[in-house]
Ligand binder design. Structure first.
Ligand code: NDP
Length: 361
């Protein structure tokens, strides 16, 4: 028998879609991705999305700072023991934050997942490797869990930040290396300290500008001698006294210690053999994102970068009727947890109404 709604992806968009579908009695099935497939770890496409790869989340509404013990109590009370075990280290043990703090990304994601499960969402921990959208019901094939037929489909597989792929970059991820200034810029380790931003597009300018609120100085490392960013954004960066341009350079190595995290960044010239080491506590990558749409095999209309196109204004419909998209997989512009959750809600309402129109609900 066909599933009424299958949701692919398990970030804020996927779980919000699931909460709404479950409460609408659609018995949604979420295919959340596999935690054990190494390519997901390497690519940054593990279950629970990009928020699960970040540290404290200070901008998700209704999550103000609270005592560590309060987070501990809430998580223990809300989550079954096997899921609490995934996040216990944030609130238990000798190394935990003392006093008030924000929720950690992985804590929020476990709570979102649980909220969806509590209303009857069924969860398959596997990756979809193939979709057949040319026939209805749609057919989805997973790596290890067989195939599923779906009357409606919500794609919420998100996007991944691009990294350069340096081993040292990987070593210090979340310990000074990050790809999200809005998520991490205000953390104590970056305050009143010099930082580097790698990239010269609008994102890099935006990140650098944002970081000047906290950092003592921001070095923008640009591989050419000009910015790709739009003129107005570029001007903003060039005129900001706290931003220093490092033209014709790229990141060669992140330097640090296990205890302190990042302490410096070595840059190399893109035009000669020159290198230069800057003392910094943070390295922010802003060299673009890649939407997780490869598994679609080109069956949905996307923009040139692979982001799914929403053809109707203010709707989450895609180019195929009955297939909806939510979150970063269709949004290269806002890319925030709360906007992803918002479009997850919209996609569930759109799917519910579409199924009702077709007499399936
Ligand atoms: P872009 O693709 O526009 O820019 C990526 C930047 O990273 C470029 O400067 C590029 O250099 C550099 N880069 C890419 N790969 C490497 C590498 N391997 N080593 C060093 N540098 C590298 O991505 P963005 O995320 O900045 O922007 C994506 C889209 O979102 C754009 O359309 C942008 O306009 C939009 N956006 C708009 C904003 C706004 O208007 N407020 C804010 C943020 C994004 P090079 O130029 O040499 O290719």
């Amino acid at each position: 028998m066909s599933e009424k709604v299958v949701i692919i992806g398990s970030g804020p968009a996927g779980w919000t879609a699931a909460i709404y579908c479950a409460r609408a009695n659609l018995q949604p099935l979420v295919i959340e991705g596999s935690a054990t497939w190494d390519a997901n770890r390497v690519n940054g496409t593990l279950p629970l999305g990009q928020l699960n790869l970040t540290t404290e989340v200070e901008n998700f509404p209704a999550w103000p700072f609270a005592d560590n013990s309060a987070f501990n109590q809430l998580l223990k009370s809300a989550l079954p023991p096997d899921r609490f075990a995934n996040v216990a280290h944030y609130s238990e043990g000798k190394k935990v934050h003392q006093g008030k703090r924000a929720a950690y990304g992985p804590e929020l994601m476990e709570l979102m997942r649980q909220q969806a499960a509590s209303f009857g969402t069924r969860i398959v921990t596997d990756d979809v490797v193939k979709v057949e959208l040319g026939k209805h019901p749609f057919k989805l094939t997973t790596r290890d869990s067989g195939a599923f037929d779906a009357l409606a489909l919500i794609i919420a597989t998100g996007a991944r930040a691009n990294y350069l792929g340096l081993p040292s970059e990987d070593r210090y991820k979340n310990n000074g290396v990050t790809a999200c200034a809005v998520c991490d810029g205000a953390l104590p380790r970056f305050r009143n300290k010099p930082l580097v931003v790698i990239g010269g597009g609008d994102s890099a300018v935006e990140e650098a500008t944002y970081l000047t609120k906290f950092a003592s100085q921001v070095h923008m490392v640009v591989r050419r001698n000009e910015l790709r960013a739009s003129k107005i954004m570029a001007q903003r960066a060039l005129e900001n006294p706290k931003i220093t341009m490092k033209w014709n350079r790229t990141l060669d190595e992140v330097i640090g210690t296990e205890q302190s995290g990042v302490t410096a960044a070595r840059l190399k010239s893109t035009i000669d053999d020159g290198t230069e080491t800057l003392d910094v506590t943070g390295v922010f990558l802003a060299i673009g994102h890649t939407p997780n749409t490869d598994f679609l095999g080109g069956q949905l209309q996307t923009d040139p970068k692979g982001y799914i196109i929403w053809p109707k204004s203010h709707r989450t419909d895609t180019s195929i009727e009955g297939v909806f998209a939510a979150g970063d997989v269709a949004d290269s512009y806002y890319r925030q947890a709360v906007t992803a959750a918002g479009s997850g809600c919209q996609s569930a309402l759109d799917a519910e109404r579409w199924l009702a129109d077709k007499g399936h609900h």
